[in-house]
Design a protein. Structure first.
Length: 131
């Protein structure tokens, strides 16, 4: 089960809200199943229904993870005006089988956050906890 410390969870929520009205995105990294670092990424495809991580920022994050013995545990992004469920595009672009996909829905006053496993175009909700 993916474990996200409350400070990192709050940082993820702030990054997603700061991206409004467009989608925001980033990477959650750590060891085992515990997140220890958030990499907030720039969305180079500013859109309320799509995101694309800045390639230079993503490369720098991957290098930092490698240098610090961390693994990419999850990719997160926001849905400003839709449910916390992967869109067809999200599923089609889910290239990391071992990573969770965390979606933050900001369509209501109280945000909703869900995590998913996406493998071979099959979506399965997975549990996570905030510690």
């Amino acid at each position: 089960m993916l474990t996200i410390p409350s400070l990192i969870f709050d940082e993820m929520m702030a990054h997603c809200k700061a991206g409004l009205p467009d989608e925001a995105c980033g990477i959650l990294a750590g060891t085992g199943s515990k997140v220890s670092k958030l990499y907030g990424m720039s969305n180079t495809e500013p859109s309320p229904v799509s995101y694309f991580m800045d390639p230079a920022e993503q490369f720098a994050a991957m290098k930092d993870m490698r240098n610090n013995g961390l693994s990419m545990l999850a990719i997160f992004h926001s849905h400003p005006a839709s449910e916390a469920f992967p869109s067809a595009k999200d599923v089609g672009l889910a290239f990391y089988d071992n990573a969770a996909y965390v979606i933050v829905s900001l369509m209501r006053e109280r945000p909703e956050v869900k995590a998913f496993s996406i493998k071979e175009n099959k979506v399965r909700e997975i549990a996570f906890k905030i510690s």
